[in-house]
Design a protein around this ligand. Structure first.
Ligand code: GDP
Length: 215
């Protein structure tokens, strides 16, 4: 696939560090609905955010090499949990509840916003938020809402394009353009984009390497 926009670059050492990190045990630790349920902030943490159906569970499963580690349980109205996974002894991977349900009740949305605000501003070990963007659509208004929240919380975030095996080349270029333009408006955005397909195993090693070399 030839893209005008390049994949985020990592070197061979980072690739190897990523391979080693994710070759270790990854396990579901717990799901929490409030700050006081969170595990101790005693190791490096990254989290994954994105609209429901963006491919977040599939990406976490692809990263960890475990088919059913993260499940799609983002049904509107259900308890929205922040799920913690251990990755070796050194990292937490955190799966944030999906957002952007057209029909979500106002109370659910408000609860989500409160939990996100306290998590994003209250977690000292959180090093990076990966904001997942569907390769067919590019970044949408609801993605911009979370980007604004991330700017306010001063947490660095990086866009991860998902399902890039689905759109045609022109469609993908357009959604990458739109995403780039949005990132340029957000001071907390990391400039490089990670381009992935969980189905084709594309960009997974890059993302592993990025996670393994954060400090
Ligand atoms: P979540 O709600 O963000 O956790 O989304 P899921 O991981 O459940 O994925 C939503 C849908 O997109 C499912 O039908 C997946 O099979 C599909 N999907 C996820 N990743 C990919 C991908 O890389 N390529 C393709 N073609 N489909 C994907």
């Amino acid at each position: 696939m030839t893209l005008t926009f390049p994949q985020a670059q990592i070197d061979e050492d980072a690739r190897e560090a990523g391979r080693l990190l994710f070759a270790g045990e990854t396990d579901f630790l717990k799901g929490v609905v409030a700050m006081d349920g969170m595990p101790p902030a005693d190791r490096l943490e990254v989290c994954f955010a994105g609209r429901s159906n963006v491919g977040k569970s599939t990406l976490i499963n692809a990263l960890t090499g475990r088919k059913a580690l993260a499940r799609a349980s983002n049904t509107p109205g259900r308890t929205q949990e922040i799920n913690f996974f251990t990755c070796g002894d050194s990292h937490y991977l955190v799966d944030l509840p999906g957002y952007g349900f057209a029909k979500a009740p106002v109370r659910t949305v408000e609860k989500w916003q409160r939990l996100m605000k306290s998590y994003l501003s209250g977690r000292a070990t959180l090093r990076r938020v990966f904001v997942l963007i569907d390769g067919r659509h590019g970044a949408k208004d609801v993605d911009e809402e979370i980007m604004t929240l991330l700017d306010k919380s001063a947490v660095t975030f990086q866009a991860v394009i998902t399902k890039v095996d689905k759109p045609g080349a022109a469609e993908l270029e357009e959604s990458l353009q739109r995403t780039r333009a949005m990132l340029a408006r957000h001071p907390a955005a990391f400039p490089e984009i990670v381009i992935t397909s969980s189905d084709k195993g594309m960009g997974i090693d890059t993302l592993r390497g990025i996670i393994a070399t954060l400090d």
